[in-house]
Design a protein around this ligand. Structure first.
Ligand code: IDP
Ligand code: MG
Length: 143
């Protein structure tokens, strides 16, 4: 049991889901799946901040839409901790396109299009750290 890979990941409840008041259901799912919430806040990011957060997608055809959407309303950001947290959260979210996501995943349940897909999750330990630092100061996390 000492080889268990305890990780952190960064989850976002995107403007579509937040506006539909789905945050409670999503947090319930996060806790049911066994994650520990070590940081949480509600924000409304500017287009500049959204572009910085999604800098890796700069130049892609959907970049402008992505930036406009993330900055279109309030979001909830959550720093999560758990065993294999990065892969587990991506599995719980489901595929990027809700139409292709497995039954029962958050994107299948609550997403309406590839752009409006309810939630975000980090894709690797490095991005998890960068993304967590984007929204949280170290002293704002309670591990
Ligand atoms: P991910 O969120 O599953 O990691 P990424 O490929 O990192 O997916 O893309 C970031 C976000 O950009 C996605 O969550 C989705 O909302 C949006 N996106 C990705 N591909 C497209 C597309 O082809 N059209 C519109 N939006 C897209
Ligand atoms: Mg991604």
């Amino acid at each position: 049991m000492d080889n268990q890979n305890l990780q952190r990941t960064l989850a976002i409840i995107k403007p579509d889901a937040f506006a539909q008041k789905l945050s409670g259901k999503i947090i319930d799912r996060i806790e049911q799946e066994g994650f520990s919430i070590i940081g949480i806040k509600v924000l409304h990011v500017s287009p500049e901040e959204a572009a910085q957060f999604y800098a890796v997608h700069t130049g892609k055809p959907f970049f402008d839409e992505l930036v406009a959407f993330l900055s279109s309303g309030k979001i909830m950001v959550l720093a999560l901790k758990g065993i294999e947290a990065i892969a587990l959260w991506r599995k719980v979210m489901g595929a990027t396109d809700p139409a292709k996501a497995d039954e029962g995943t958050i994107r299948k349940l609550y997403g309406s299009s590839i752009g409006r897909n309810a939630c975000h999750g980090s894709d690797a330990p490095e991005t998890a750290e960068t993304e967590s630092n984007f929204f949280f100061k170290p002293e704002e996390l309670v591990p």
